[in-house]
Structures are given as C-alpha cells and as structure tokens.
Design a protein around this ligand. Structure first.
Ligand code: EPU
Length: 346
C-alpha cells in the first residue's frame, strides 16, 4: 500500500475543479483495503471513496483519506441460455466497459453508452439513460466493509435501487437502518444481460433516430451509435468542458400538483409514471426560468441543456454550489418545486 500526500484531484473529478487530497491511497484490490485497515495510524481515519469522480463537486481540499478505486478486469462469469453474466472491476471506465461488451458480442448495455464515471460508481446512483437503468441489468456486487475488512455480496433487492439512488447514498440515521454511505467500497459488479436481446427504443430521442434512419430493426451497435450521437449533441464532453452530467434530479409531483402547474404553464414537459405520480423535466423548469447560458463566476449553465452545470475554466466548487442554490431558489419561487441535486458536494 502506497500513501501519497497532497495529490491534485483536478484530473480525477469531471467538473475539473482544482483541489487536493491530503492523503490518497490507490486501491487495486481488496488487499489494499486490508493493508490500510492493518495500519493503526489510518485504520480509523475518516475515508472518502473516489470512483470516476463524475458525480462530485469539490469545495476544497479533501481532508478524509481518499481511497482511489483502481480495480481493473472484465470477465464473462457465465454465458447461459437465458443470460450472460459479466463481471467488471470497480475501477473500469464505464463507457470502456459498455464498448467491451458490444465488441465481444454481449448486447444489453448500449443505451447506457458514454455515461461518464466508473463501473463501481454505476450502482451507487443507479445510472440510467434512454429507457434503461442500471438496476435493469444488475446481477450482484461484491463490496468490502471499510471498518472490518469483511467482503460481502449484495443482490439487487439489498441495493435498494431507486431513481438515481441506492443504499450506497444513504447514511444510516440509527442502528439497524439501511445505509452504506462511507461504510463500504464496491470492489466488483456483475451484470445480467438477458437473452434474447431486445432493443429498448421507447425513449423519444431514440424513436426519432429510428424514424430518421429508416432502420426498423437496429442492431445493438446501431443503438449504441445513436445514443453516442444524441449524448454528444446535447451533453458537454467533460474532457473539454467540466461538468457532472445532470446537476438535478427530475422531480416527481402528484397528479393534482401537476394539474395546477399545467394550468399555469401549459407547455411544461412531464411524464406520467407507473405509480401514478408525474415526473417533470428539471431541465425545462430551469430553462423556463431563463438560466441557460447564465453564470456565477466561472460556473455556468450549459447553453444546450439547462440541467447541466459546467466549469467554464477555473470555477471553484463554491461557485458551482452558489449557482445551484440560485437555480433552486428561482425554480421554487416560480413553480413551488424543490430541485434536488444529483452530485455529492464534498
Ligand atoms: N428540456 C428543456 N430545456 C433544457 C433541457 C431540457 O426544455 O434546457 C426539455 C427537453 O426538451 C426534453 C425534456 O426537457 O423535452 C427532457 O430532457 P432530456 O431528454 O434531455 O432528458 P433529461 O430529463 O434532461 C434525463 C437524465 C439524463 C439522461 C437523459 C436520457 C436525469 C436527471 N437526467 O435527462 O441523465 O441521459 O434523461 O435518458 O434523470 C445524468 O444523470 O447525468 C444524465 C445525463
């Protein structure tokens, strides 16, 4: 185990915010975590698990010990008649993994192409795009308890997946509560890719692509190419313009609330959910408040998609947070809706 001091984190967070880790340990396998827990000076120290850094806002140097997950490896666990089970190390880049599965003839993750971040972070926020969520392709994961070094396996039910949510985002309020935030490090994730493969094309942008191309029965590679093209067209590439994807979750309201809002705002973009609630497009709400292209210092609202906050070069985490709060206030004042941020403010 090598402990590095004062490590720059700019390249390790997709917002590209300048900050340092006081101390950082690279975790390449469970033995690194166990070595850390055997070190009496560090075993009990507060720890911060850093995956691909695509869902965090750094507001200063990180004081807890940073565990940078760099566990590699992809393997086919089982290629059965009804599904293929594939396992990937938590440190594998998510998009590289999706591409690997298609290159090796295992379709099923194509709708999730180009999502920034790592395999290990994907269950934490149950990543989702274009009609597929991680939980639809999830089999199980192995994690290590950061207090005891014990390795445990969780199936989908135990991960308590929700919209951009899981057990890994919750801090237990009292003994016995579910919640693994800060308590576990995900080592490996296994995915279940069902057979026979069926494309998921219900999302409006994808059905448009299908109609435009005239390809009625697209291959998984075709869907992957469409998803990449859609994302490249409306989401900024974090290597060019720092960002953390959607900054807010799409809020859900009751049908009554939605009815009231529609009466005032007939054009509001909304989607009925299976449980009777209605999801509103947060991007539309922010856009309607006139935020597109606006800035606080070097933190700004992306011109092509108001749900994405960007670093125009040299933004601080404080500027991003100030901008986010101003957006929340104006959306609340106009629509009475509280927007909930997606990324974790560190
Ligand atoms: N819209 C506007 N103005 C804007 C932005 C959006 O009017 O500035 C409208 C769009 O015209 C559209 C609607 O809002 O009618 C929804 O926009 P879009 O289809 O781009 O999807 P989204 O709701 O903004 C969600 C996810 C994305 C995911 C896409 C596709 C959330 C918070 N975001 O975005 O996820 O890629 O759907 O499935 O659920 C992410 O989480 O980082 C992310 C990018």
């Amino acid at each position: 185990m090598i402990v590095e001091q004062n490590v720059p984190l700019q390249a390790h967070n997709s917002f590209g915010i300048v900050a340092k880790a006081r101390e950082l340990v690279r975790v390449r396998g469970e033995e690194d975590v166990r070595a850390l827990l055997a070190d009496p000076t560090r075993a009990g120290a507060p720890k911060f698990v850093l995956g691909g850094g695509s869902n965090i806002v750094l507001t200063g140097d990180v004081k807890p010990l940073v565990l940078k997950v760099e566990i590699e490896g992809v393997r086919v666990v089982e290629d059965g008649a009804r599904a293929t089970i594939i396992e990937a190390g938590a440190g594998v880049n998510w998009h590289a993994f999706v591409t690997w599965t298609l290159d090796h003839g295992f379709p099923g993750l194509e709708n999730l192409a180009l999502i920034p971040g790592s395999v290990g972070a994907s269950p934490v926020q149950n990543v989702g795009a274009y009609g597929v969520e991680l939980q639809d392709r999830f089999e199980a994961l192995d994690a290590i308890d950061l207090a005891t070094g014990r390795i445990f396996t969780l199936g989908a039910g135990q991960c308590a997946f929700g919209y951009r949510d899981s057990v890994f985002k919750h801090v237990p309020a009292k003994e016995g509560d579910l919640g693994l935030a800060g308590r576990a490090l995900i080592l490996r994730v296994r995915f279940r890719l069902p057979k026979p493969w069926k494309p998921v094309l219900g999302y409006l942008d994808l059905s448009r692509k299908r109609a435009e191309s005239g390809v009625d029965a697209p291959s998984a590679r075709q869907v992957y190419d469409w998803v990449c093209a859609i994302r490249q067209n409306k989401l900024p590439d974090p290597r060019v313009l720092g960002n953390a994807g959607s900054f807010f979750k799409n809020p859900t309201v009751t049908p009554e609330q939605c009815h009231d809002i529609i009466a005032r705002e007939p054009n509001i973009v909304h989607y009925p959910m299976p449980d009777g609630s209605v999801k509103l497009a947060a991007g539309w709400l922010i856009d309607a408040c006139g935020w597109k292209g606006k800035s606080v210092g070097k933190a700004g609202v992306y011109e092509k998609q108001a749900l994405v906050l960007v670093n125009r070069g040299g933004a601080t985490g404080g500027e991003v947070v100030t901008l986010a709060r101003a957006i929340q206030t104006s959306v609340y004042e106009r629509f009475g809706i509280r927007l909930e941020p997606e990324p974790v403010v560190v």
